[in-house]
Structures are given as C-alpha cells and as structure tokens.
Design a protein around this ligand. Sequence first.
Ligand code: SAH
Length: 214
Amino acid sequence: MSATVDLKRMVREQLLGGGIRSRKVLGAFLRVDRALFVPPEARRRAYHDGPLSIGLGQTISQPLMVAEMVEALGLRRGQKLLEVGAGSGYVLALAAAMGATVYGIERIEELAASIPARFDLIGIPRPSLRIGDGSLGWPDASPFDRIIVSAACPEPPPALIEQLSDGGVLVVPAGGRHLQRLYRIQKRGGTTITAVSTPCVFVPLIGKNGFAED
Ligand code: SAH
C-alpha cells in the first residue's frame, strides 16, 4: 500500500520539518499508516500534529515525539525490541517495519487485542504480546537490544536496564506524573551512559516500578 498524500505531508512537514533525519525512521512512518491505529471516530484527524485518543483513557503520542524516540533508539534490522505500553501497536509496527523482531507488553487487554490484525493489514510479522505489568519487563524473553517505554515512569525502571543486552539502549520518559524528560540509557560493559533530553508528557505507567492507579 503506498502512502496517501496526507500521510506523506505528515512525514514531510512534521517529521522532516521537525528535524528527523534517519531515512529508515522516515520510511517506516510512510509504510505504517497512523490511521490504522486510531479508532474510526478519530480517523479524519489521524495525521494531526498532536496526540490522539486510542480509547480507554490512553493516547498515541504526537508523530514527532514518536519519531524522536524511535530515532533515539538507533534501531537496526534484526535487533530484538521490547515496547512497554504497546497500546494500539503503532510504535511496535514502526519498529517491525524497520526489521526488528518485536515484543510488546500492554496492561489493557482490550487495546492489545487489535494489534495482530493491524500488523496483518500492513504485511509485517506479528509481534509477541503479553498482557500485564511491563514495568518489570519480560525476563523470560530478555535480553533485548532495544527497549522503549511509551508511558511515564518515576525513574528509569532498573528491571528494564537489567534486561538490556550489552550495547543495548533504553528510551524512557521519566520524572513526575504530569511532566517528564526523555532518557536514553545505553548499557556498555557493565556500566550505563545516560542522556536526558526533551521535556514531554506521557500517560502514567501503572505498576510496580511505575505510578499508582488514580
Ligand atoms: N505506544 C502506544 C501508545 C501507548 S499509551 C501506541 O503506539 O499506541 C501508553 C500505554 O501504556 C497505554 O496503552 C497503557 O495502558 C499502557 N500501560 C500503562 N501502564 C502499563 C504497564 N505497567 N505495563 C504495560 N502497559 C502499561
């Protein structure tokens, strides 16, 4: 399926215009149509420059925010990636389109239930999915080359750093419940290198290493 005029405009104006330079990342956004990941009533705003509701009080982030996170991962073909907070499956689909083998954990079963069919429509291999508290990671499937957390944590979860392979990268919004910063943590030879960037606002990660439910 080739990208529509509106999707191409989203990529050109919001992502290229917003400073995303990775051709692999831009290509994945053209292949994975954001409209497939939002409920029917939000579809006419699918390429809107902001977050969108995916139902059940959860949101899919602004395209530029997602692109910055995926670019920060430095994802390469053949790598194993875990997403905590898989929601609609949009981020997982982008990673799969970039050639990663993808694993996702989502707390709300109803959200995760629609992910496999969306992957089938795009023609990318289905993810391994688990329902539950992703703040503890997925020890049985670890180590992961890349881990991305799509919900806000009080601090980067130690369990996730533990489950990175050597050279692995974790990207996670961490800080307060209402405002966070994006952390990029690389594990190398038993130590970690941390870079902190963009202020951001994510829905809370609810769980053991996350926030308490409202
Ligand atoms: N990346 C998603 C959007 C995620 S919104 C997408 O592309 O659509 C954040 C998601 O994190 C929500 O779906 C929420 O239910 C989920 N979540 C919150 N706490 C969680 C936890 N402890 N473990 C797994 N998922 C969690």
